[in-house]
Design a protein around this ligand. Structure first.
Ligand SMILES: [Zn+2]
Ligand SMILES: [Zn+2]
Length: 638
């Protein structure tokens, strides 16, 4: 008798060892149809495996995330089978699941995406046949004999120390694999091959170059379509494309991974920082600036020289070693330590928008998302232990205000003490309680990542959600018990004794370059008026009106607006169209009527046209709109 315990606590008994499918059928036929795999005492297994002893069993249906991975891996097998049918000389290597899909590395003549239609057609046949996917265990010598003409599989088999070798068979196709897989090929319902690229066997350039064919798969066609639409939208919003089209920034071989910002990019940058400064002044911060390059003994003291040196740019001058800062913190510690502090001075909230350099491998550089030189909006808050909750709460409220200004949602995660850490149990308890009580007082849900904190303190990470639903970790609030110790920072308490201040690092934008890139994609280049690189463009309707447009532009520029005058001899229609492609929020057409009446005619990017507005009224409306940092372009709606 075998006793199976299901997740809801119910129990099923079987005279013979049942398969997962038997368990599913015992519940309902509908369930059995949607079952993909199972866990037996937390071990992921094929649904067709028999359960030999009493166990806790969870059936995985098409709704479970693990089931999706199992199906995608099975799709890789289906693809390999199709490729072998079309290219019988191809040699298979491995076919793992990756984020959003799968790939298979195959030794074959290079193919292009043009071959995808044929491969997909073969795959469709295999799926339609609903071939059972059957597992069998094979002794090593038999497996080696089976694969005598498959050098990669032989290499993998020989590397296997011990344990069970399993083959999976579907129709006339057999593959060496640990599994698990879906019960039959019919469950690979909606798939698409995505791209092909070269990859070296074992990622070793001295070894054979293989064809890596990527694909994705979903349990239903609607999900696949949704994913492809999302990819298309993400491609359109790609910040490198838009950055070029709107003339915001570029990269040059002279400084790989270090962005150059153009005048229009700087306009957005400055608007971001003006806003940042306004919010931080309001929240009681002061601003500091520390050198980009500092001597080796500073980095030895901070620990960076020993632990972070391979990521740092270093230099030697007058026989002294220097390093370019990878973080603003050590400079911030020197500033705090330069004088005596009383508990009455605390909290001190000292911010620095500092330029930092970190050496990243060239292969991981990615537009503004991953660079080697960037600005961090760091701030160090020095406080007494009883100020922790209120200070953290203050940072959370600031985070909320800033992200909301961009229409970005966010969620919070708290990471607690890891196995390897410095500091006493009491210190950790005080620090973690401080962060948690602030999160509770703030009143939003948060997730706990147990043991995920840094070795020197717990932290709160803030993950924002952009217009496409993608999440990005930007903000972080990090308690640090190490640096105040290393720099021997202290303040004199009410008891007249010296105490170590509690210190947090926090960023809100994080890397400003990266945040800039996220905003470009979030807004798809259509920045709100307060952030737009060019807020107003003036279009003289003929050459005679160019001086008038210039005067108007000067007046608007004096009023603090970012303007451009289109002096080209193009038609008005063409100029309007180009201004729209540049996503300029406000287009002013400058004709004789406007010149005589001292008025403006406005066309907003969202298609509304207003004529005969007095210039002073127009300026006031735009200034109000910008000052309020409104996201909607509703200039005339009140
Ligand atoms: Zn497999
Ligand atoms: Zn810091």
């Amino acid at each position: 008798m075998i006793t199976i315990t299901l997740p809801d606590g119910s129990i099923k008994q079987f005279d013979q060892p049942p398969t997962g499918m038997d368990v599913a059928m015992g519940i309902s036929e509908g369930l059995a149809r949607n079952c993909v795999a199972m866990t037996v005492d937390d071990q992921l297994l094929d649904l067709n495996r028999s359960i030999e002893k009493d166990a806790a069993v969870k059936l995985l249906t098409t709704k479970d995330p693990e089931a999706l991975e199992i199906m995608r891996h099975s799709a890789a097998h289906v693809m390999a089978q199709a490729v072998l049918k079309l290219f019988p000389d191809a040699k298979l290597t491995i076919g793992p699941v990756v984020e959003d899909g799968f790939y298979y590395d195959i030794d074959m003549d290079p193919i292009s995406e043009e071959a995808f239609d044929r491969i997909e057609a073969e795959m469709n046949k295999i799926v339609k046949e609903k071939l059972p996917i059957v597992r069998r265990e094979v002794p090593k010598d038999q497996a080696l004999a089976f694969y005598k003409d498959e050098p990669y599989k032989v290499e993998m088999l020989q590397a296997l120390e011990d344990g069970t070798i399993s083959f999976y068979q579907q129709g006339d196709f057999t593959d060496l694999c640990r599994g698990p897989h879906v019960p039959h090929t019919g469950l690979v319902k909606a798939f698409k091959l995505m791209k092909v690229s070269g990859a070296y066997w074992r990622a070793d350039q001295s070894k054979a170059q293989l064809q890596r064919i990527y694909g994705t798969a979903f349990f239903d066609k609607k999900e696949l379509r949704k994913y492809l639409t999302f990819l298309e939208e993400a491609r359109k919003r790609n910040h490198r494309r838009i950055g070029q089209a709107l003339d915001l920034f570029s990269f040059h071989d002279e400084a790989p991974g270090m962005p150059f910002f153009h005048p229009k990019g700087m306009a957005v940058w400055n608007a971001l920082l003006d806003y940042w400064r306004e919010e931080h002044r309001g929240a009681g911060y002061v601003e500091t600036k520390t050198p980009i390059m500092m001597q080796r003994f500073l980095w030895e003291r901070s620990g960076h020289w020993d632990n972070y040196r391979e990521n740092m740019y270093t230099s030697s001058i007058d026989d002294l070693d220097y390093a370019i800062k990878p973080m603003n913190c050590p400079g911030g510690m020197l500033l705090f330590g330069r004088k005596h502090h009383s508990y009455r001075d605390l909290p001190i909230r000292a911010a620095e928008v500092g330029l930092v350099h970190r050496h990243e491998l060239s292969g991981v550089l990615n537009g503004l998302f991953r660079v080697r030189a960037f600005h961090q909006d760091d701030a160090h808050i020095f406080m007494t232990p009883d100020q922790i909750q209120e200070e953290i709460l203050g940072v959370l409220k600031l985070v909320d205000r800033v992200y909301s200004s961009f229409g970005l949602g966010f969620h919070l995660e708290l990471s607690t003490r890891p196995e390897k850490s410095i500091g006493t149990d009491d210190q950790w308890e005080m620090a973690t309680d401080g962060l948690e009580s602030a999160l509770k007082a703030y009143g939003r849900d948060y997730k706990i990542n147990a043991g995920d904190g840094a070795f020197y303190g717990p932290k709160i990470d803030v993950h924002i959600k952009d217009a496409l639903g993608r999440t990005w970790q930007c903000g972080t609030i990090q308690l640090d018990m190490s640096l105040p110790e290393r720099f021997d920072l202290s303040y004199v308490g009410q008891d007249n004794e010296r105490h170590r201040p509690i210190m947090i690092h926090r960023v809100i934008y994080g890397s400003i370059e990266r945040f800039f890139g996220i905003l470009v994609e979030h807004f798809a280049g259509k920045f709100p008026l307060w952030l737009a690189p060019v807020q107003v463009i003036l279009l003289p309707i003929n050459d005679d009106l160019i001086p008038f447009a210039g005067q108007l532009g000067t007046a608007l520029g004096k009023a603090g607006l970012r303007i451009e005058v289109d002096r080209r001899s193009e038609s008005l229609k063409r100029k309007v169209r180009d201004a729209q492609l540049q996503q300029i929020p406000l287009i002013l057409t400058c004709g004789a009527k406007e010149q005589e009446g001292g008025t403006v005619s406005v066309r907003t990017l969202n298609g509304k046209v207003r004529q005969g507005i007095a210039l002073t009224e127009f300026i006031r409306k735009v200034q109000d709109h910008v000052a309020g940092r409104r996201l909607e372009l509703n200039l005339f709606d009140e």
